[in-house]
Design a protein around this ligand. Structure first.
Ligand code: NAD
Length: 213
């Protein structure tokens, strides 16, 4: 099955479905219906069925989806067989928070290196992750087979950091800096900005407020 062209939103939801399925599995259930997944994620059962159909899986009309089978299939789509190694560039407040949050959460995605320019942070281990000098990004990324880079450096350092990552052969970048990046089309770039999310919430909160005036 060719899953390369799955919509980005479907890929995001598949990750959420898998986490939800693990939760349901821990309650000793073997099968689940689309409406149960939908209810837990506050989306529609039609959306769940559509996404799961897109990955070529269908449930049993009477019993629903086989949870283990679906978890395995989502794993085959999202993960690679041997997993992927991840590096965090910029071991400040956010970089450290990401490393702690991620610790032990996914076996197929491992944060195995951090990079910084601050001598106080270099050559130390944070939550099990070794911090290297930024000057060694190219070497470590190649030697440790790191395919994903998380950028948590100050905005003015983001472009140069992304360039170094791309030249080192990175395949995907998650950019947390507020500087929008432009990378070659063979590198997948995702940018996340908390302020955008908060302003979106503020916009809808304001609309609610006005409606009740
Ligand atoms: P911080 O100052 O605590 O950490 C930045 C770290 O990057 C420092 O340890 C610094 O030594 C290191 N650094 C600087 N230049 C570097 C380089 N060239 N290579 C490697 N390391 C380098 O800042 P923070 O609060 O952790 O924020 C980090 C970035 O994330 C900033 O760009 C900030 O604006 C952004 N941020 C984004 C969000 C979001 O929602 N996307 C939230 C918070 C912060």
């Amino acid at each position: 099955m060719n899953t390369k062209h799955l919509p980005h939103k479907t890929v995001e939801r598949l990750s959420q479905y898998r986490r939800t399925l693990y939760l349901i599995l821990s309650k000793d259930k073997t099968h689940v219906f689309s409406h149960e997944i939908a209810q837990m994620l506050h989306i529609t059962p039609v959306q769940v069925r559509r996404d799961i159909m897109l990955i070529g899986y269908s449930g049993n009309l009477r019993k629903g989806y086989d949870i283990k089978e679906l978890i395995d299939l989502i794993g085959k789509i999202i993960d690679t067989e041997k997993g992927q190694n991840v590096a965090v560039i910029g071991l400040g407040n956010l970089g450290k928070a990401i490393i702690s949050y991620f610790k032990g959460k996914r076996t197929k995605l491992k944060i195995i290196a951090a990079f910084d320019i601050n001598p106080d942070k270099i050559n130390r281990v944070y939550d099990g992750v070794q911090c290297y000098p930024a000057s060694r990004i190219h070497e470590i990324i190649k030697n440790e087979d790191i395919t994903i880079g998380i950028i948590t450096v100050p905005a003015e350092q983001a472009v140069a950091t992304a360039e170094t990552l791309v030249l080192s052969g990175i395949k995907g970048i998650l950019n947390y800096s507020p500087k929008p990046l432009n990378v070659s089309p063979n590198v997948f770039l995702e940018e996340y900005d908390m302020i955008t999310s908060l302003e979106k919430v503020a916009f809808y909160a304001k609309k609610n407020d006005e409606r009740f005036k």
